[in-house]
Design a protein around this ligand. Structure first.
Ligand code: ZN
Length: 247
């Protein structure tokens, strides 16, 4: 029996499986990562996501934010087989939900219902004055910075900037999911971004399947079964064993 057979067995045998995903699951959808030599931060200055700098230079920051998150990421990216695999697992009653560090909405687009967005989302904008949240599609991003239609306040994307706290509701939801978890499927995350990286350790006593192209901070500490492969490849291997159709 190889590791994929074992992993499929673990999934079959679990009662409360939860997935934890990061940038690596969306790479094959064409979404660039932030870190690393090819990452976005090698081309853009990360200070545009520094809250203090953003308030002082909203127009300058928004020009870059629009380019990265709304022109570049948002327009073309489609969910891949790994996103679909998790959505199908949930439909089959074999997955309780996904906790994601991604802000790209691809889990929802793939059909996942229970998605906890640990870092928020790019899909809505939040008013920095009155707190009103609206879909970004309701705003003209040619005219920057976008302003609140209710109070005229400055709008920011509804994902967290550097130094901002994790949305409390997302944190609570994550803990609730992990409290009962007997299986955690970690996909495409190196475990470097705090405090999200601590989340898998909350699944106390759960078996852990890790899918990553390279070993991570979890591989030798937490992981029970390390499937070293791109996310879509591992998803296809598992799907065929679990009789899940990804097409
Ligand atoms: Zn407002």
């Amino acid at each position: 029996m190889n590791d994929y057979d074992t992993a499929a067995q673990w999934i079959e045998g679990s009662r409360h499986a939860v997935a934890f995903t990061g940038a690596g699951i969306s790479v094959e959808s064409g979404i660039p990562t932030f870190r690393g030599p090819e990452g976005l931060w090698s081309r853009y200055d990360p200070k545009v996501l520094d809250l203090g700098y953003f308030y002082e230079h909203p127009r300058e920051c928004w020009k870059v934010i629009k380019e990265i998150f709304y022109d570049y990421m948002g327009a073309k990216a489609r969910p891949n087989a790994a996103h679909r695999f998790l959505a199908e697992l949930e439909k089959a009653g074999k997955l309780e939900g996904v906790i994601t560090q991604n802000i790209d909405n691809l889990h929802q687009e793939a059909g996942s219902w229970k998605v906890v967005e640990f870092h928020g989302t790019a899909q809505t904008l939040v008013c920095t004055e009155c707190g009103e949240r609206t879909p970004f599609t309701e705003h003209d991003l040619e005219d920057l910075p976008p302003l609140c239609k209710k109070c005229g306040g400055l709008l920011k994307p509804d994902f967290i900037f550097f130094g901002e706290a994790i949305p409390p509701a997302a944190y609570q939801e994550s803990l609730k999911l992990l409290e009962k978890a007997d299986l955690l499927i970690v996909v495409g995350t190196t475990g470097e971004v705090m405090p999200a990286s601590m989340i898998p350790y909350e699944a106390k006593g759960a078996k852990v399947i890790e899918i990553n192209v390279e070993p991570s901070a979890y591989t030798h500490t937490l992981t029970g079964l390390f499937l070293q492969a791109p996310a879509t490849q591992a998803a296809r291997e598992l799907a065929s064993r679990l009789k899940i159709d990804l097409e």
